[in-house]
Design a protein around this ligand. Structure first.
Ligand code: SF4
Length: 476
């Protein structure tokens, strides 16, 4: 099996990548501005939903139920989809999924494909695989088009080009679409993209889509979007291929009621997405003549096997945890080295890769808990981060300095008298390093501890000493 999450296996560690990005003030301004706007809209629409907490509870209960019975629901989906005229393909990993999709495109004779809502295709590296087979992928979501034209990588799971501002996009469109003139307003940029894409929608006979939800009882797929390009991709081409992670299953059509309310509000701060497309199989004379679903594992069943972290698969990719995360808001998404950025990326990417790569990601968090507070499916991200940190240490062993420090601390704390002596010693030893009431830099092997944080010094007296002094004062 070759599980792949974009280029995450070769990406530099989070701290290395973040250090470079923190110097890009324009990028940081763009990320903060965009996430502030989405957060304000989300807070408004969530505030006007009186049963928000009940919706979150329901969503989590549905997801937990599905994850416990995933095998049965996947089979139910396959049976219903096949009965409706679709063809289901199972892909164990990225290579299998890419091969399946390339084969279908080749057998249709097409040399171009249009794409919509396919973050999962970035996960498996579909575009390079198509290009290697002589097939040109064309992204049709505005943000994905910006990324593709700029040979860039996504930095947010809902708004992939969030790190770009209007001036940068205008320059890019003028250069790549060969436009001598282009207005500066958002409407002008959207109109340019519409003109560029319209002709391709009408020309290209095959589309690749993702899906937000796969409904087991009817074998239907559901995509929510804001631009209408999804409708074009799902209805105009002769052949439609949908790439779907196996965790996207929900049992019934009725369950959409819960998820559609949560997703739109959490992702973009809208009460409802402008376009909600649901389709099942093929219907002669209406839409694509052939419909393929590629159900992707790519490491998901291994995550499913881990009771401590399984809830990661409940994610509905709303991006709310990114928008609130104080770490993401400083670095943007590229520091995570994966198509999945932010808190969800920090727990999902390393797990999909069986903890072999991206081991710095579980540390890309302050553990403040804001991500868990906003998550519409109540994923306890900080708990999973802590568990994964434990796995990282178990796998590679603690660094020698840390091991030695812990050993000495354990010996000192095992006996009261030893602990008091250690405190006395530390009070003397720390003196040269205390500045403005904090230790900002430790010497030698201990320097790593203070590289990113200050250390509180040992207080001048212990609690016991303080208490004893207080008691004797009161006795007098
Ligand atoms: S973890 Fe929760 S908040 Fe983050 S993207 Fe997934 S569903 Fe949204």
């Amino acid at each position: 099996m070759s599980v792949k999450v974009g280029k995450a296996a070769e990406a530099p560690s989070f701290s290395t990548a973040a250090r470079g990005l923190l110097g890009d003030t324009q990028l940081r301004h763009n990320v903060r501005h965009a996430t502030d706007m989405i957060r304000a809209r989300r807070a408004h629409v969530v505030g006007e939903t009186p049963d928000w907490q009940q919706l979150r509870d329901s969503a989590r209960a549905i997801k937990d139920h599905v994850l416990r019975h995933l095998e049965a629901y996947l089979e139910q989906f396959e049976t219903a989809c096949t009965a409706a005229g679709g063809k289901v393909h199972w892909a164990r990993d990225a290579d299998e999924a890419n091969r399946t999709i390339v084969d279908i495109v080749r057998s249709s004779g097409a040399t171009e494909v249009i794409k919509v809502k396919t973050m999962t295709s970035d996960e498996i590296g579909l575009n390079p695989a198509l290009e290697a087979a002589g097939i040109t992928p064309i992204e049709t979501d505005l943000a994905d088009l910006i990324i593709q034209l700029g040979s860039d990588t996504p930095s947010h799971i809902v708004v992939p080009a969030l790190h770009r501002n209007k001036a940068e996009i205008r320059r890019l469109f003028m250069e790549k679409m060969k436009l001598p003139e282009l207005g500066e307003r958002a409407e002008d940029l959207a109109a340019a993209a519409r003109r560029y894409l319209r002709e391709r929608f009408l020309r290209v006979p095959i589309a690749v889509s993702g899906a937000n939800f796969a409904i087991a009882e009817s074998g239907s797929l559901c995509v929510v979007e804001s631009e209408g390009n999804g409708r074009m991709c799902l209805s105009l081409p002769k052949v439609l291929i949908s790439l779907v992670g196996i965790e996207k299953i929900i049992p019934t059509f009725g369950d959409l009621e819960v998820f559609l309310q949560l997703l739109a509000r959490s992702a973009t701060g809208e009460r409802m997405n402008p376009y909600n497309s649901i389709w099942s199989g093929v219907t002669p004379g209406d839409g694509p003549e052939a419909f393929h679903v590629v159900l992707l594992d790519n490491g998901r069943t291994e995550v499913l096997d881990q009771p401590e972290t399984r809830a990661t698969l409940a994610c509905i990719r709303c991006g709310a945890c990114l928008n609130i995360c104080p770490v993401y808001r400083q670095t943007g998404g590229h520091a995570y080295g994966s198509v999945y950025a932010g808190p969800i990326g920090a727990i999902l990417t390393p797990q999909l890769q069986s903890m072999k790569h991206s081991q710095s990601l579980p540390y890309a968090s302050t553990l403040c808990g804001a991500c868990a507070d906003v998550c519409p499916v109540k994923i306890e991200i900080p708990e999973i981060l802590l568990h994964l940190r434990g796995e990282v240490v178990k796998g590679r062993g603690a660094p020698f300095g840390e091991w030695l420090g812990m050993k000495m601390a354990s010996m000192a704390m095992a006996k009261g008298s030893r602990f008091q002596s250690a405190q006395k010693l530390l009070r003397i030893a720390q003196k040269p390093f205390v500045q403005h009431g904090m230790i900002e830099r430790l010497p030698g092997m201990l320097a790593n501890w203070t590289r990113f944080r200050d250390l509180a010094p040992v207080p001048p007296e212990s609690f016991r000493q303080w208490w004893a002094a207080r008691q004797s004062k009161e006795a007098k």
